[in-house]
Write a new protein. Structure first.
Length: 254
């Protein structure tokens, strides 16, 4: 008499924290976006007479801050992340020791109005509570402080065509285990996506004044289409990546 093996239990879904602590999950988004964002911040700080404190929140492996550093000489860049694995990698790239912190729960380990600028590079699309995140960023920024936010564009030029064809848009994900219904194979944990209009309205409603919206290319676009992707950057609403510069309003709008 033989007995069959007991049925396998369904695999328990990973917690988001476990997902982002996986070294295989990408924590950098490409040099072109980082350079464009750094140039925007350097231009914004050009009139500042004293060195500024810049927080790179969600610094990942530190590659974006390392790209930005040569354009922000004289300013102090502090990398912040809650992933211990990312911070270990960031220590090999950043001159300053990265700081462990998070935007929810206990909040960032910085005093009110202690930062002059925040780099927030492709983090917001990973957050469960982006409202609380912008509230915390606003807390640590001084009045008039700069927010440099980047995020994938739900309405990128190719996503408009994919939706018309009934295909899941690029950047969107329906699972943390695999990609379903759209091009690509890399799962990065996107929970929220924004159009240019939605991003501007959301940031403004969070107590910031939007200064500028620009576009950046996406490193994952197939090589033959990259010239078109760069061309789309001239119209941010069509670009792959949205780059938003905002300043903290003196008083929270009600």
């Amino acid at each position: 008499m033989t007995t069959s093996a007991p049925p396998k239990k369904p695999r328990k879904p990973k917690e988001l924290r476990d997902f982002y602590e996986n070294p295989a999950v990408p924590v950098a988004s490409g040099t072109p976006r980082s350079l464009r964002q750094a140039r925007m911040l350097a231009a914004a700080l050009g009139t500042e007479k004293t060195p500024s404190t810049i927080l790179d929140i969600g610094c990942g492996d530190g590659s974006a801050a390392a790209v930005a550093a040569p354009l922000l000489k004289g300013h102090r860049i502090i990398g912040v992340d809650w992933s211990q694995d990312a911070l270990r990698r960031a220590r090999t790239r950043l001159a300053l020791t990265p700081v462990r912190g998070e935007l929810t729960g206990g909040g960032l380990p910085f005093k009110d109005e202690s930062a002059d600028a925040v780099l927030f590079s492709e983090v917001i699309e990973h957050l469960v509570d982006p409202d609380a995140a912008l509230d915390e960023i606003r807390r640590v920024l001084r009045p008039g402080g700069h927010l440099m936010l980047s995020t994938p564009n739900l309405a990128a030029w190719y996503n408009r065509a994919l939706l018309l064809a009934g295909v899941q848009p690029v950047f969107s994900e329906v699972s943390l285990r695999a990609i379903h219904g759209r091009p690509g194979k890399e799962v990065v944990g996107h929970l929220r996506l924004y159009t240019a209009r939605a991003l501007k309205e959301f940031v403004a409603a969070s107590g910031f004044e939007v200064v500028r919206l620009a576009g950046a290319p996406f490193h994952g676009v197939p090589r033959p289409l990259r010239p078109l992707d760069r061309l789309a950057c001239s119209r941010p609403s069509l670009a792959s990546i949205l780059l938003l510069h905002a300043q903290k309003s003196p008083a929270r709008k009600t």
